[in-house]
Design a protein around this ligand. Structure first.
Ligand SMILES: NC(=O)c1ccc[n+]([C@@H]2O[C@H](COP(=O)([O-])OP(=O)(O)OC[C@H]3O[C@@H](n4cnc5c(N)ncnc54)[C@H](OP(=O)(O)O)[C@@H]3O)[C@@H](O)[C@H]2O)c1
Length: 308
């Protein structure tokens, strides 16, 4: 039996319909589960804490997104079950398009002109160009490496940083602490595409901002808890950083009281940089169900020790 839990109910219902069409209505149990004791495969996004500990036959936990921090953070790792995630070229392309538009909008001062327009202010600003712009990407995994390659092919100077050293054509790749400092000191735009783990939580903090070129711009596309919010506000207020686009937050939706909403140098987007598309992602989920049934190796398995 296949269980479905998605914190966004309508998306959960769409996945349940797609799975029922493929495997039959009687094979799919949408949360709240009618038959928890029969569920072997769970397709999930942000399930309640420890929910999976109440599924005794669970063999596979399939994240319905690229990230799996919702499973680890929710204490939903179950010893006997493997964890798989979505790897979909469309997710990487969507992320690239979002990064590109955010960088270009800032390079050409579009949000600033929108603010000036409110005051009918005609004031020219200096703009930067693609060949003169250095972009650094934290995390050169499936998404980060695609974004890096595509930005490089447009003529940006692209650097990337990951746990293990990579070789990517057109991208200056770094690893380790020394490599990170070197990359940061030359950075105009910093894109965070790390997974959220115990090692990367709070990674975007004052000490990292201090290593960045003065006036650099932060784009957080990873997860909210990568960022120490107060440190970002300090870095913006003392002009160490010129601005930030934040797509992800500690708490989502972002609380109405949060200081980010009214900060003139912060651009907020509601976790939409790259969203799993059922049409392009469903076949790999179907395939993992078939593989579980036949006892063959799953697609896109997550390393439970590394946590990503
Ligand atoms: N905002 C959105 O809409 C949205 C959408 C999709 C995904 N995301 C986020 O994007 C993240 C990345 O996705 P992905 O599919 O590219 O992940 P991935 O393939 O697992 O790649 C992760 C990358 O981060 C590096 N890394 C992990 N821990 C590190 C550490 N402690 N120090 C240095 N590098 C480290 C890895 O290094 P190695 O290569 O050496 O292992 C790898 O290069 C997801 O986890 C999710 O949080 C956000």
């Amino acid at each position: 039996m296949i269980g479905v839990y998605c914190s966004r109910t309508k998306i959960g219902e769409s996945w349940a319909r797609a799975l029922a069409r493929e495997f039959g209505d009687d094979q799919v149990d949408l949360y709240p589960f009618v038959l928890p004791e029969s569920i072997e495969f769970i397709a999930c996004w942000k399930a309640p804490n420890r929910l999976f500990h109440s599924l005794p036959k669970l063999k596979v936990i399939q994240s319905l997104g690229a990230g799996v921090d919702h499973i680890f953070d929710g204490d939903n790792v179950v010893e006997q079950a493997e964890i798989a995630r979505i790897i979909d070229p469309q997710l990487s392309v969507d992320m690239y398009e979002f990064a590109l538009v955010t960088i270009l909008a800032d390079m050409k001062n579009l949000t600033l002109y929108r603010d000036q327009q409110k005051d009918k202010l005609w004031k020219e600003r200096r703009y930067s160009t693609i060949p003169g712009t250095v972009i650094s990407i934290l995390g050169l995994g499936v998404i980060g490496s695609t974004v890096a390659t595509k930005l490089s092919s447009l003529g940006f100077q692209v650097q990337g940083w990951s746990r293990s050293k990579k070789t990517i054509e057109g991208v200056q790749c770094y690893s380790g602490t020394g490599g990170l400092s070197e990359a940061l000191s030359a950075t105009d735009y910093l894109l965070n595409l790390l997974p959220l783990t115990n090692e990367t939580r709070g990674f975007l903090n004052q000490s990292l901002f201090d290593k960045m070129k003065v006036g650099a711009y932060l784009i957080n596309l990873g997860r909210g808890p990568h960022l120490v919010d107060e440190d970002l506000i300090t870095a913006l207020d003392r002009e160490q950083l010129s601005g930030a686009c934040l797509d992800v937050f500690h708490e989502e939706p972002l609380s109405k009281e949060h200081a980010f909403w009214d900060h003139p140098k912060v651009l907020i987007t509601p976790h939409i940089a790259s969203v799993t598309n059922i049409e392009t992602a469903r076949q790999q989920v179907f395939e993992n169900i078939r593989r579980m049934k036949s006892g063959t190796a799953l697609l896109n398995v997550v390393d439970k020790v590394k946590g990503y």
